[in-house]
Design a binder for this molecule. Structure first.
Ligand SMILES: Cc1cc2nc3c(=O)[nH]c(=O)nc-3n(C[C@H](O)[C@H](O)[C@H](O)COP(=O)(O)OP(=O)(O)OC[C@H]3O[C@@H](n4cnc5c(N)ncnc54)[C@H](O)[C@@H]3O)c2cc1C
Length: 463
């Protein structure tokens, strides 16, 4: 997990937990990911930046300077972000304050805001295989290649993995939600579970409440939707309420595909003793990187925390991109049969590439499809989040938290800065600040607010 370190400003999970009086023990992951790529290119992304650079320079000695320059640009962005107090970029008093304190850092971020990682990589690197490796580096974050991945997003993850490092919460990632919930309740909040919002209630153009599937209604001064923007504006609000800004967003971004997820329990002896926790597999052809089922992600959390499985067993979470269209219109029987068939093919590929004997070592298996993502996360088409329709101008086109509907805010991965736990935590912090200002809990200037929101809206039209 990103965001779990004890230093810097980007450790937003640590900060969120601390805000409600909680702390989770973590296990440092020595290798963020182990890439297994075409032409037998194998790269381990070590926790120590110098070890990672040494490994990649060893593989591409003729590109040493380009490698140092590209990742060096990432560090410039990361260091700028990491030096700022992260709050709402839609709040002008805060923005001016930060600009006054850290002008160079703010200008650095503004310079990179409309740029993509692939273009910057091409300034320094010529080797096509190395550029494809950088595509894979970006793909595992954004599910698109480097030319479509905003440089700011790429830099956040390509550097934080070395700065704060990847840290695994003891007891599994579910502990984060459990701890946050416990802390929030202790601080006086109330959390309703199994509360399915079916409508956002709008009165005279202002969002004033929500209606649940069981008919209950709740009213509030502020409504914050953590559903995707497609769900918020396509399902929870009536279509006639679609603001112009959302129309523009839906023109610039499409829904990224979902995933096929295979959870298996295996006999531990099948894994070599030094197996890493995270793997990314693309066997033969770089062209398959972005294709459905083209590449395989694998996490083995029990490598880090053996308490998650019975003694002598490991857990594997295997996943690959998959679209909901592939799974619709099937009878129950055909759907189940297809799950088995597709999962079997993926497991066979892993067996061939990484772990001989994997199939016969499986003691438990469960397969989830894009429909599973849609059902349990209430995400339209089970989408992973927004994906630029064309080449984006970096992050310029991504909406922040305010919406065209008074009183309604959006948060999560279809807001700036996008997908990934660290990014959505940032979006949450930004939203809390903007809402705090609108509720009078933080300083606010209505005149400056209106000017900034107009400016940001105009900038988005340029993306
Ligand atoms: C297979 C997979 C692996 C990933 N691995 C990583 C990783 O290793 N590192 C990383 O940083 N990121 C990873 N990600 C990405 C990360 O999980 C997401 O970007 C992040 O969880 C998105 O957060 P969110 O709050 O925007 O949306 P969600 O996590 O989808 O949360 C939205 C919540 O809102 C609830 N909700 C939605 N609609 C309603 C409604 N109408 N009523 C009530 N509740 C509702 C949902 O139930 C859900 O709990 C991974 C994603 C996937 C799919």
């Amino acid at each position: 997990m990103f965001g779990f370190s004890d230093k810097g400003n980007l450790n937003l999970i640590t900060q969120a937990l601390a805000a409600v009086g909680c702390k989770i023990d973590v296990i440092p992951d020595p290798t963020t990911v182990h890439f297994h790529l075409p032409d037998d290119l194998s790269v381990q992304v070590h926790r120590e930046y110098s070890d990672f650079v040494a490994e990649i320079v060893h593989k591409f000695p003729h590109e040493k300077e380009g490698i140092l320059n590209f990742y060096g640009e990432c560090w410039k962005i990361f260091n700028s972000l990491n030096s700022l107090e992260l709050k709402s970029l839609e709040e002008p008093i805060y923005l001016f304050g930060q600009f006054f304190k850290k002008p160079i850092e703010c200008l650095t971020l503004a310079y990179y805001l409309p740029q993509n990682a692939g273009d910057i990589a091409r300034k320094f690197i010529k080797d096509p295989q190395l550029l494809s490796f950088i595509d894979a580096e970006c793909f595992i974050v954004s599910t698109v290649n480097a030319l479509q991945t905003p440089m700011i997003n790429a830099s956040m993850v390509l550097c934080d993995r070395h700065f704060g490092g990847i840290n695994y919460p003891v007891g599994g990632v579910g502990e984060i939600a459990k701890s946050l919930a416990k802390g929030l309740v202790k601080k006086g909040s109330e959390i309703l579970y199994k509360a399915n919002v079916t409508n956002i209630i709008v009165n005279n153009g202002k969002a004033v409440g929500v209606k649940l599937s069981d008919g209950r209604k709740f009213y509030a001064r502020t409504i914050i939707s953590n559903a995707t923007r497609w769900d918020t504006f396509g399902k929870l609000l009536e279509k006639k309420n679609l603001p112009k800004e959302e129309e523009n967003f839906q023109k610039a971004y499409v829904k990224a595909p979902s995933f096929l997820s295979i959870h298996v329990g295996i006999k531990a002896e099948i894994l070599p003793p030094d197996t890493d926790c995270h793997h990314f597999v693309l066997e033969d052809d770089w062209k398959n990187l972005e294709n459905s089922y083209g590449s395989i992600f694998l996490s083995i959390p029990t490598v880090l925390d053996s308490s998650l499985a019975p003694e002598g067993r490991h857990i594997l979470h295997i996943f690959t991109t998959s679209s909901i269209e592939d799974w619709e219109g099937l009878s129950r029987k055909d759907y189940e049969a297809k799950k088995e068939l597709v999962a079997d093919k993926i497991i066979t590929r892993l067996e061939k590439k990484l772990f001989p004997g994997l199939k016969s070592a499986i003691v438990f298996k469960e397969v989830g499809t894009p429909k599973t993502h849609r059902r349990y996360l209430a995400r339209d088409s089970g989408t992973y989040g927004p994906m630029p329709r064309n080449t984006p101008k970096g992050l310029l086109g991504m909406p922040f938290n305010t919406t065209g509907i008074d009183g309604l805010y959006c948060v999560g991965d279809s807001c700036f800065p996008g997908q990934g736990v660290i990014a959505v935590a940032f979006s949450g912090v930004m939203c809390a600040h903007r809402v705090g200002a609108d509720l009078g809990l933080e300083r606010k200037s209505p005149v400056l607010d209106a000017a900034l929101l107009r400016l940001l809206g105009w900038l988005r039209t340029l993306a």
